[in-house]
Write a protein that binds this ligand. Structure first.
Ligand code: ZN
Length: 352
């Protein structure tokens, strides 16, 4: 376990017991304006593990930005052991443009580990690893589904690694995907560096989703508690949901172009041969039924009814014990559903 002495980023040092926001310079705009990746460092007085939390590696995936904002406001952050490095907006260029990509149309999460003489994406990837990730013991990377799609909150992690699996379970989403590693992703780069890293997939691009945000904050707190980053005096947390690990997952695609009417909600459980929705033309002359191949849970779906042939419509996760997994999803949604009688999110409910 690395001790928390000084945390140093781009030559700026944060002493134990201090917190600071550091502007890490990235390629400036062609207007001549400087641009930087804002990084918030909390260095605990006592030693402990060092954890990074990254958001908006895809610049339009903004739920993670709000998750980090709420996390940093919590009073418990004043008493952490070890270090927390929070980077709410890694892809600053994409965030400004409300785009998943960088201005050169490259995907930052396909550009790791990068290099200092490659594309803009490769340079940012390399900077992120050099200045932040490589000095951490653990990481949590926050994502959402792409534009016009929505994901049920779930963790993707290397479940073959005991330590990563333990943290993935602690996070407390109802579903875990053991998942393959995408070449060029931050998670693959962290695997190569032997730094256990979780990927939180939840919600939709360019939208705030209250369940996603609340579950994200709580999940990070659960992981920090599991890592021993809170003082022993912290009141015992209630054991959250023990996630169900999916056996496999698959996408149901549009057999034809048309207008989709979906019949199943995100997180809904579906049976083999159940009708998930229908595709018809604008005149309603013919309905083409979309059928589920297996029992499973809707882990992701399109929110846009206008679909082309071959388009991914429903992402379905399969489980060994399907009924148990369904019960976990129901409990999760009940737990994090905001009180609709209140306009303001109940942020206090998610404090440890
Ligand atoms: Zn993403």
């Amino acid at each position: 376990m690395k001790s928390s002495k000084y945390i140093s980023i781009n030559g700026e040092k944060v002493a134990p017991g201090k917190r600071a926001t550091i502007d890490l310079p990235v390629a400036k705009l062609y207007t001549h304006a400087n641009l930087s990746m804002p990084v918030h460092v909390i260095n605990g007085k006592k030693s402990g593990p060092q954890l990074f939390i990254s958001g908006a590696i895809h610049g339009d995936e903004i739920n993670g930005v709000e998750i980090i904002r709420r996390l940093l406001k919590l009073p418990i952050m004043k008493r952490i052991r070890g270090g927390l490095i929070a980077i709410p907006i890694v892809n600053v260029h994409g965030f400004i443009n409300r785009s998943r990509y960088l201005p050169d149309r490259r995907d930052l999460n396909r550009s790791f580990p990068g290099s200092d003489h490659g594309s803009l994406a490769g340079r940012i990837a390399q900077l992120f690893i050099k200045e932040i990730a490589s000095q951490c013991n653990y990481g949590i990377d926050l994502h959402t589904a792409a534009v016009d799609r929505c994901n049920l909150p779930h963790i993707r992690a290397n479940m073959n690694d005991e330590e990563t699996a333990k943290l993935a379970k602690a996070f407390g989403t109802p579903v875990i995907l053991a998942g393959n590693f995408v070449e060029g992703s931050l998670r693959k780069a962290m695997l190569d560096l032997n730094i256990p890293t979780l990927l939180y997939e939840a919600g939709e691009a360019l939208r705030f989703d209250e369940i996603t945000i609340r579950a994200g904050v709580k999940g990070i707190l659960n992981v920090m508690a599991e890592l021993g980053m809170f003082p022993p005096s912290t009141k015992k947390r209630k054991r959250g949901i023990i996630p169900a690990q999916a056996n496999s997952n698959y996408w149901v695609r549009a057999p034809e172009s048309g207008i989709l009417r979906a019949f199943v909600p995100l997180g809904g459980s579906v049976k083999k041969n159940e009708v998930l929705g229908v595709i018809s033309n604008p005149f309603g002359e013919q309905d083409i039924e979309i059928i589920s191949y297996y029992d499973g849970i809707i882990l992701g779906k399109t929110n846009l009814p206008l679909v082309h042939e071959g388009e991914a419509l429903f992402h379905i996760a399969r489980f060994e014990r399907f009924e148990k997994a369904t019960a976990k999803v129901d409990k999760f949604q009940e737990t994090f559903q905001p009180d609709t009688s209140s306009i303001l999110p109940e942020e206090e409910n998610i404090i440890v």
